[in-house]
Design a binder for this molecule. Structure first.
Ligand SMILES: *Cc1c(COP(=O)(O)O)cnc(C)c1O
Length: 234
């Protein structure tokens, strides 16, 4: 089974990075299931993958009820009008990139009488990533978000630009790490940093070396997917 082999190889590769660093492996591995069908997602769960990430609300809504025993993560750009389809259903919304979106998540979580865990997505490169909070506006946004009672900020997510050699992504990861370190000891009722989510198939080693404790891996687990294979109307 290629998925089992891929996961085994990936786990070994991650373990090697920690061995090189001489620190204990405390990484949380999120399998990114975009364009992956239910059967292959189940194969990954059968290998002990308990955290799954989707970046489209429509795909999430189809897959979430079909997979038992996993925590779901919303990792893609979220429009405010789709927030209601996600809040209360996923363990973590990783892609909160504006105060407006945070307020909508808070409002919907309030209606469900729950607290939604989120990460704030930061933009660590200028041209290449579309979404994310700028480094210089982060502190202001965090303080605005800190008064919203129905969300809890569990940390920071970032997507590094695609680069030839993954070591070239390290400065972007370091920027996110520095920001994470600056606020990780702030303990308020709804600020409790625990996760620094960074690293994908092409750059997870660099991300771990810069202090990531949560990686989001699609291709290295499921292979290249045909984007047209699964088509849900949005
Ligand atoms: C697709 C995606 C990933 C996984 O990317 P791979 O290169 O397939 O590992 C991680 N994070 C986000 C936000 C994504 O959209």
């Amino acid at each position: 089974m290629y998925i089992r082999d891929n996961i085994e190889k990936l786990r070994e590769s991650i373990e090697n990075v920690y061995m090189e660093m001489g620190v204990k492996n405390t990484l949380k591995l999120i399998a990114v299931t975009k364009y992956v069908d239910i059967e292959n997602i189940k194969a990954a769960v059968a290998c002990g993958i308990f955290d799954l990430g989707e970046n489209r609300v429509q795909e999430l809504s189809v897959k979430l009820p079909a997979i038992q025993g996993a925590n779901w993560h919303m990792i893609g750009h979220l429009q405010t009008n789709k927030v209601k389809n996600v809040v209360g259903k996923v363990a973590l919304i990783q892609s909160v990139d504006s105060i407006r979106l945070a307020e909508e998540v808070n409002k919907r979580a309030g209606k469900l009488n729950t607290v939604q865990n989120i990460l704030l997505e930061v933009k660590t490169s200028y041209e290449e990533t579309k979404y994310g909070i700028g480094i210089d506006e982060f502190e202001n946004i965090l303080s605005e978000v800190s008064i919203l009672p129905n969300i809890k900020v569990k940390g920071i997510m970032t997507v590094a630009p695609r680069v030839e050699d993954e070591s070239l992504a390290r400065p972007y990861f370091k920027t996110a790490r520095d920001l994470y370190d600056k606020f990780k000891n702030v303990k308020q009722r709804n600020i409790d940093f625990e996760y620094l989510s960074m690293g994908m198939s092409g750059d997870y080693k660099a991300a771990i070396r810069e202090g990531s404790n949560m990686v989001r891996i699609g291709t290295a687990i499921f292979g290249e997917r045909n984007k047209k294979e699964l088509h849900y109307n949005e």
